[in-house]
Design a protein around this ligand. Structure first.
Ligand code: ATP
Ligand code: MG
Length: 563
């Protein structure tokens, strides 16, 4: 297998060379407090891909240490998404909550070694005493923190208090267990960090067995260690936590994985944080976590993205140590590229206008072969019915066309794809002046779509036979936000103002070629000249609903040219 070159793989190769590790074992550690998004997809595919490339193992581990925000619904959704992305964890599905007993025992061990103490400071006092960076001229300095008055409790008192914390004797927030490290450490994470806090809330897996819960820092490294992880790959915001990660493992003297950080994915026109995505869901700005406009895996799947397109995107962006924002056009380019190769072509008229062939025999039907996929000859052809009354796109006819408009207009001839040349004889209006019908004559000698005398037309239109059309609904999506950096708002302004009010347009009464009556949820098509579409689970028999995955126009190449 060809292995990408990057600093993570190089570090791993080095570790294998020097014998620090003899195998590779990675993990993806989601917190089940929301659905996965495209940033998580990068982390999933990175960790799983590395395990594959090095012939190693890959764990799925739920980092379930905040019971109030987590749920089984999220656990199930995450599993479905990881599976769909193609990352197979086999039977290696783990939960930090499975280690609560071990983590608790290790905490007592630290207490016994005089390396941890029970602290009665409130969360506010605790954070005040830890200190924070302040501006000193043009540099940022971090004055030493203040030691807790509870720091020098005896081992016996600490053990007693910690056990009583566990037994539920104290109210939430009244006490914590803290590591005893260094309140003057330049790294704030090393200033006596919290290992346990009291939370009187049931956990989705451990029920009411616990009322103290480990923090991320206390749970994460030790969970990695228990599972025999060799390389604990995470995003850059944990770089400052690495000294603590290492300190805990050293104090306990247990298997010591290497933490490696990379820059998290950011995308233009997108927010990528469960906190923000949760708000969009809870406040009803979208229909749910799987709304096709969401950057969640579930949303992208419903929109018609393929796991291959997402993997291609992740491969193209690679990994880096430097924060950056990637262009959403690249992601869209990847899905177009993939669907262009595999999506069957169909004809669908989204905003129909009736076209009547005045010289075509009443009641006659011809079935024309249509190419399923010009990129894939093995996809073959299908037959499409043609008759006297058809539908074309409303935008494909203009009574008074401006310069540069080459489609249908009075007196003008165009090709109806796979069928005939037709010439426009005029339009019919209703009482309100709206054009309701276009009248054309067809040239029988152009059967199949070419003129024997070699004459050319400047446009080829897609169409659907009115008598055979299936009626459906089409949902056109645009970007959820109308600015590249949605969270960039002046102070006091809510980022919600950056939502794109036109991100969803629902078209009903669309006319689809009859083969689409059979389409199943999740199936993807290219509607000729209109874009890529995917069947939505809202579809009912006889009434398909399609989501537009992407338009055909691909601004990525142009964007690249400019750069
Ligand atoms: P969010 O900020 O969206 O809530 P998180 O980091 O809190 O994300 P976790 O469930 O803790 O979410 O993340 C699981 C894994 O996914 C972590 O290893 C994390 O580093 C990684 N991850 C999260 N967001 C991104 C991102 N935008 N790009 C790359 N990896 C990410
Ligand atoms: Mg998190």
């Amino acid at each position: 297998m060809e292995r990408p070159r990057d600093f993570i793989r190089e570090t791993i190769e080095e570790d294998l060379r020097t014998g620090r590790f003899t195998c590779v074992h990675t993990r993806f550690p989601p917190e089940p407090n929301g659905y996965l998004h495209i940033g998580h997809a990068q982390a999933v595919l990175l960790n799983w891909g590395i395990a594959q490339e090095f012939g190693g193992k890959f764990n799925l581990r739920f980092d379930d240490t905040n019971p109030e925000k987590e749920s089984t619904e999220y656990v199930e959704a995450i599993k479905e998404d990881v599976r769909w992305l193609g990352a197979d964890w086999e039977d290696r599905e783990f939960y930090a909550s499975d280690y609560f007993d071990q983590l608790y025992a290790w905490a007592e061990e630290l207490i016994r070694k005089g390396k941890a103490y029970v602290c009665d400071l409130s969360p506010e006092e605790l954070s005040r005493q830890r200190g924070q960076p302040i501006q000193d001229g043009d540099r940022l300095i971090t004055p030493p923190g203040v030691e807790s008055p509870y720091r020098n409790r005896s081992v016996e008192e600490n053990l007693d208090l910690f056990r009583r914390m566990r037994a539920g004797e104290f109210p939430e927030g009244s006490r914590t267990l803290r590591a005893k490290i260094d309140m003057a450490h330049p790294n704030l994470n090393m200033r006596d960090p919290v290992l346990y806090r009291i939370i009187h809330a049931p956990h989705h897996r451990t029920g009411t067995r616990w009322c103290i819960y480990p923090t991320y820092d206390w749970a994460h490294g030790q969970s990695d260690s228990i599972e025999g992880i060799t390389h604990s790959i995470c995003t850059l915001e944990f770089e400052n936590h690495r000294p603590l990660y290492d300190w805990f493992l050293d104090q306990l003297g247990i298997h010591h994985p290497r933490q490696i950080e990379f820059a998290r994915l950011n995308l233009t026109y997108t927010v990528l944080s469960k906190r923000y995505l949760l708000r969009l869901v809870q406040e009803g700005y979208v229909s749910g976590w799987d709304d096709p406009r969401m950057p969640t895996i579930a949303g992208m799947r419903r929109r018609g993205y393929t796991p291959e397109a997402i993997a291609d995107f992740v491969r193209r962006i690679g990994v880096s140590k430097a924060e950056s924002v990637r262009e959403i056009e690249l992601l869209e380019h990847c899905v177009r590229d993939d669907l262009n190769r595999r999506a069957p072509r169909r004809m669908a008229v989204l905003e129909p206008l009736k076209l009547v062939l005045t010289n075509y025999p009443e009641g006659q039907v011809e079935w024309f072969p249509a190419i399923n996929n010009p990129e894939d000859p093995s996809a073959g052809t299908r037959l499409v019915p043609f008759s006297k009354v058809l539908y074309i796109e409303r935008e494909d006819f203009m009574e008074a066309p401006p310069p540069g408009y080459f489609r249908l207009a009075p007196g003008r001839e165009v090709r109806l794809r796979y069928a005939y040349f037709v010439r426009c004889e005029g339009a019919v209006r209703d009482a309100s002046g709206q054009i309701v019908e276009v009248h054309c004559t067809y040239d029988p000698s152009t059967r199949g779509g070419d003129a024997p005398d070699g004459r050319k037309v400047k446009a080829t239109l897609h169409w659907v036979s009115a008598a055979h059309a299936v009626e459906g609904e089409v949902r056109l999506y645009d970007r959820l936000f109308r600015v590249p950096d949605p969270l960039d708002v002046p102070e006091g302004v809510d980022w919600i103002v950056n939502l794109n009010p036109h991100s969803l347009v629902v078209l009903t009464g669309c006319k689809l070629e009859p083969s689409l009556a059979e389409a199943k949820p999740g199936e993807r098509f290219q509607f000729e000249r209109k874009g890529y579409f995917c069947v939505d689970p809202d579809s009912r028999p006889g009434h398909p609903v399609f989501n537009r995955t992407a338009t055909l126009r691909d601004p990525w190449a142009k964007l690249q040219g400019k750069a």
